[in-house]
Design a protein around this ligand. Sequence first.
Ligand SMILES: [Zn+2]
Ligand SMILES: [Zn+2]
Length: 327
Amino acid sequence: MRAMRLHAPRRALELEDVAPPVPGPGEILLKVSACGVCRTDLHIADGELEGGRLPIVPGHEIVGTVAARGARAERFSEGERVGVPWLGWTCGSCGHCRAGRENLCDAARFTGFHRDGGYAEYALADERFCFALPPAFGDAEAAPLLCAGLIGYRALAMAGDARRIGIYGFGAAAHIVAQIAAFQGRELYAFTRPGDAAAQNFARKLGCRWAGDSTAPAPEPLDAALLFAPVGALVPLALAATRKGGVVVCAGIHMSDIPSFPYALLWGERSLKSVANLTRRDGEEFMRLAPLARVRTEIRRYPLAGANAALRDLREGALNGAAVLVP
Ligand SMILES: [Zn+2]
Ligand SMILES: [Zn+2]
């Protein structure tokens, strides 16, 4: 099969011919029909995350059909469409797992980081961590739900019942969470790179009440802010835009250093927290909600061999919505 593999950080992925993997007990082999390109893949390619395996096939927004099943893999039938997210395996026995926080499992294995992912024609997955996908979405359209959508959903849930929500960084995750939040009757304010008129127009089109530069003051005090851009300097700006008692949620897996800021920005019972990974429960809830909210994902398709171009376009902010590889 063809696969795009990363051999060393800060090197381009290489298109290679490798033997298709064989499913072990509890695993399924998927024929990949689409795989989303996530900002986390950029952090992996740039060597910004510790502990991953090399060489690795990146990609953790996998949509595929079951081509083969390992021993005792009975949850899905051959030919059935399933989705594979970032959370690829958890231990089930550590304190976090037992407390319903499997996203924080100390031994978790992540797709496209510890386990080969979906930048390939075939991919393996532990069937317990796969999702059935809403039929209203085509294969490529469903791919961004599996991380951008899920992480956005988890971040939004951390905002509680906040009505006025600021979104910093309007990429793949934000464009989905904006539609969910609008469906829930919340008011959205999109903060983009200064002068990024294309992203601001895109945000207004998706129901944001206001869109402007991240350096601009918020037109109204926010109840919560969700940060999707990996830029630590946005944290003090978001705190300054948030009312007393509000929450600022950092949704990325990696962020540049947060500059020091006056305590007054946090004072007033504001809180600052991060979102890490996902639980299977998040996935099940979100896959029910996305079709109800009539979410439409905006995607740009790339061939498998175009993975490096997709990563470059993501890095340069040249995309509205999400990049998706279609092998
Ligand atoms: Zn665990
Ligand atoms: Zn991701």
